[in-house]
Design a protein around this ligand. Sequence first.
Ligand SMILES: [Zn+2]
Ligand SMILES: [Zn+2]
Length: 235
Amino acid sequence: MSSCTVCPRAAGEGLHACPHHAAELRAWLAELPVQAELLAEFVASSASPAQGRRGGGRAHSPAPVDWRVLALLGPGHADAQSPDDDGAPIRPLLGAWAGTIAYTYPAVYRDPHGTAHTAPCEAAHPRHGATITGWCAWLTAYLPYALTHPWVGDLHHQVATLIHRARAITGHHPDRHPYTAAPCPQCRAFGLVTVDGHGILCEACGYTAATQGVDPCPSPSPCLTTPTSPPSPTP
Ligand SMILES: [Zn+2]
Ligand SMILES: [Zn+2]
């Protein structure tokens, strides 16, 4: 049995994150679009004319936007697995990770003669668009695959950094409520909590109702371009 790349706990056979940290990463990918929406409100409110200043000499007197908001929502470039990229914007960093995963994901494709081949994909193609929400959905769909690689610890670290930077600005933390009606179905401890927007999870072993029965990929490579197709440039 391998161990978690984040903590000393054991990970499942062939996996590199324990159930607790796998569930945490999944929950953060669900939380990031919410945090991004809250951050966008900071930009919108500072872009609108300040109250009481209409009719002055200038049409707009916008308040300065917190540079930390721009650093998170901005465009730009990010490197997955780069230890120096703790200040990367959200969307480029998620896109870089999707690219890294796609380059290692073994997709089956057929050549013009109908022979099946397996080769890494050339690009990640988010079905819901190359937005923060689109990339979070993509990464969630491929999380079971990412968990089988040692670099999932780097992914966990970088998404953690994004979440903590966003929470520091928005002040929004998903609320946790103890759930004492039943023990955890996996470890039998009374460690279940309900987390806003994320359902029920066990703080003792990482069990989460949301992770049960999730297909590693909803359908054959729906989110990737296979080597027979031209790589789709993602903005
Ligand atoms: Zn762990
Ligand atoms: Zn448990």
